[in-house]
Design a protein around this ligand. Sequence first.
Ligand code: MN
Length: 244
Amino acid sequence: MMDLHCHVDLYLDHQEILNDIKQSNFYVLSVTTVPSAWEGTVKLTEGLMHCKTALGLHPQLAHLRQNELPLFDKVVSETRYIGEIGLDGSRGYKEHIDTQLLVFKHILSKCESFDNKILTIHSLNAVEQTLNCLKQFPKSGKPILHWFLGTKKQVLEAVELGCYFSIGPAMLQSARGKKIISWLPLNRVLLETDGPFAKVNGKVMFPSNVNLVIEYLNHHWSLDTQSIYDQLSKNLALLLSEKR
Ligand code: MN
């Protein structure tokens, strides 16, 4: 199985998260929030074959760290994985939306000079603008909308744009989250935790906790566990394939 959005470097106890990745043997996308964290995060998970480090600049940090864009450009060719990137229109961040747009578009435009990037994207309270940016840079890569909270119409729009959706245990905590999951096409669903930020009942999520989502899908999709594993594995394989 997989966790396609995990902030491995931000867990308090690195040994604990590394052990979870080793023991689960899941495919883990280790996302970063600033380009200066990339090199150290790569080192942290060295030797974990199925753990890939993504190069990111988080929208909530865009106004503080846009000075790291030259570093982003310098190392972008070293990884296929980009994230966490995106836009955030929530209180406390929407006043920096212009800087966020500048950073996000800069990154998408850089990614267009490659043909195989995989992007994990934050779009909290800025879904429309995020989808518009993806429309503007259609060759930036394969987008995964992480913890997506849009309308049904926006889900359809995102599907049309080739987006995947990564859903995690914390998304099952709200009626809204579950409603959105019910709109997602089976062949675009992937798993994530967003640990250590995401918690369930006060407990920090680890990659092995994606099992909670599988249990949920078991009922929701009325498929047996094996078929769910097969579907999710197929989705991951398609995401990772070079085919667009
Ligand atoms: Mn995140």
